[in-house]
Design a protein around this ligand. Structure first.
Ligand SMILES: Nc1ncnc2c1ncn2[C@@H]1O[C@H](COP(=O)(O)OP(=O)(O)OP(=O)(O)O)[C@@H](O)[C@H]1O
Length: 252
């Protein structure tokens, strides 16, 4: 279980005053479920994802993995956190080292975190390429030779490589054309069922959250303003801001 307990994060702005990027957020994530965090730009979504990954520390509150505080202090704790929680960023290109081949890019987390025999590593990499709909030959290409959509698939394969329990997707489908976006969403849904991991899917696109998520959490100005189990019925959403997001997406 990944638990965010009354987490706040403050930053000092240019005017030297403290402002809340994340304010008293609580969210419990069980295994094998998809959680969506929806909100407009600047509402604190990326800050929360950095806190979950242990890249920054909360100003107050706690983030617990199986009851133990997430931390990047010390190599052992960093490894534990990385083994359990992986990240897929919005920009597939900048997330991948252009000097790496696709094979090396997917192998890197396996080598750093799992230390499995070479043959097992190879099997996993080709299994993931196949699962991502990428031909075998892609393995030898440099990551900067790929299209944006292919880079996105490699980024997902890389996150899945070590079979983490949680994957945080930070605006991972933004900027894709509508057909590719739909394909990636379908892929994410089927992969989650097969791999039995949990997702925290961070997005400003509420329709993507409705397609993918078991639970939807809406964030505004650093606060969670609505949380619900998604049952396919839009009436579950009560908050006027959520309704505004739905209206803007032409969903109601
Ligand atoms: N390192 C930082 N120093 C100062 N302020 C920050 C820092 N990181 C984020 N903020 C501020 O915190 C607030 C939330 O930012 P955050 O990037 O988490 O929002 P977001 O919802 O992810 O937005 P976007 O979708 O545009 O990335 C913003 O007002 C931002 O300016």
């Amino acid at each position: 279980m990944l638990e965010i307990k009354n987490v706040s994060k403050q930053y000092r702005g240019e005017d030297k005053l403290l402002c809340d990027a994340v304010s008293d957020v609580s969210l419990s994530m069980e295994d094998h479920r998809i959680y969506a965090l929806v909100g407009e730009s600047g509402c604190g979504k990326s800050t929360l994802s950095r806190l979950i990954l242990g890249l920054e520390s909360p100003s107050s509150g706690q983030i617990l993995l199986d009851g133990k505080a997430i931390s990047r202090k010390g190599a052992k704790r960093r490894k534990e956190t990385a083994k359990a929680i992986q990240l897929v960023l919005q920009d597939g290109k900048s997330a991948l080292d252009p000097h790496f081949t696709v094979y090396q890019a997917i192998a890197e987390p396996i080598r750093n975190l799992l230390h499995v025999p070479k043959e097992k590593e190879r099997t996993r990499i080709f299994e993931l390429l196949d699962r991502m709909g990428l031909p075998k030959e892609t393995a030898n290409k440099k990551t900067d030779e790929l299209s944006g959509g292919q880079q996105k698939r490699v980024g997902i394969a890389r996150a899945l490589a070590i079979s983490p329990r949680y994957i945080v997707f930070d605006e991972s489908i933004s900027g894709l054309d509508v057909i590719l976006r739909k394909k990636i969403l379908e892929l994410l849904k089927s992969v989650q069922e097969e791999e039995r991991c949990s997702y925290l899917f961070i997005t400003h696109e509420i329709d993507a959250a409705l397609y993918l998520a078991d639970e939807i959490h809406v964030m505004q100005n650093g606060k969670l303003i609505e949380s619900c189990r998604w049952n396919g019925n839009l009436d579950v959403f009560q908050n006027p801001y959520t309704k505004q997001l739905l209206q803007a997406s032409h969903l109601i």
